[in-house]
Ligand binder design. Structure first.
Ligand SMILES: Cc1cc2nc3c(=O)[nH]c(=O)nc-3n(C[C@H](O)[C@H](O)[C@H](O)COP(=O)(O)O)c2cc1C
Length: 142
């Protein structure tokens, strides 16, 4: 029986296998793939750490996580939160890329953005903060 939709949040550390050019390619390919899989979420990156939220069907998210786990462009993958969800936090974003080096994150998290320190609850708060920040920026731009 299907468990329905889940939200998984993980963090990881970039490795030297990730070059600047293929990062842009990685993001582009992921957005297309996630759209096809009806997966939504965000990817925060500060040049060192990734923080990703993936929302979608439990089985589909698990399969994607298997792939992501085996990707040598990052390492030390740490699952911060996994929850069954009734509604998505990011219904409109397939994989919105957010730079975690911006002023908002510096002010909110002080010094370096280090998602490995987050509890389950703090990782959810970070996802919510990131959404609010991005929405404000999009509104300012329109
Ligand atoms: C930090 C990080 C996040 C990723 N996120 C996604 C993602 O959300 N969706 C996706 O399709 N691939 C993502 N990938 C890429 C996958 O690991 C994998 O390369 C991709 O799914 C292509 O798989 P394929 O070669 O089997 O088509 C991510 C990779 C990294 C390093």
């Amino acid at each position: 029986m299907s468990v329905g939709n889940v939200r998984v949040i993980y963090c990881s550390t970039v490795t030297s296998s990730l070059k600047k050019d293929n990062f842009i390619e990685l993001v582009r390919a992921s957005v297309i793939n996630n759209k096809n899989l009806n997966i939504t979420g965000i990817l925060l990156f500060n040049g060192r750490y990734f923080f990703q939220v993936l929302e979608g069907d439990n089985g589909v998210v698990n399969k994607l996580l298997d792939k992501i786990n085996g990707d040598d462009r990052h390492a030390e993958i740490d699952i911060l939160s996994r929850r069954a969800i009734d509604s998505r936090l990011f219904p409109k974003w397939s994989m919105e890329l957010i730079d975690a080096n911006n002023d908002f994150f510096k002010e909110t998290y002080g010094g370096e953005f280090n998602p490995y320190l987050f509890t389950d609850q703090q990782s959810l708060e970070c996802a919510t903060n990131a959404k609010a920040w991005r929405m404000r920026r999009l509104q300012e731009a329109s």
